[in-house]
Design a protein. Sequence first.
Length: 135
Amino acid sequence: STLIDEPVAPFKDSDLKAYEIIKRRVKIHPIDFTAVFCTAFNAVKGVVRAFYEEGFVIGKDMSICSFGEPLNARLSVPSITVVDQPDPTDAIRKVVDHVQGENHTPKLFRTTVNRLQIGESTGPAPHSQTEGIAS
């Protein structure tokens, strides 16, 4: 696996940064991976666009998924596979109550389990890095 860790500067567009990172990576290195997981949903647009311009078919040659924004993910073309994060309000309330001594919440508690929303942006990995990639 490859970690591309290039933080976005405050008040800059993560979708444009993701686009630039993928375009630069494609020019410098052959693509040796078949999936991308974006930690921020906004970056997905840039990643999808960059791979599309390079001839990749999203969901076939390259799988893309992210955290959160299930409605935007469903409305994207192709629809994006996302891990839907639960509303953190209840967990935050439990922590605050515990810190303030108002509630005897155990020191370890679990929040709602995340749900996986499968979109068209993911599919089986090709058998080799170049199999199926459009020319």
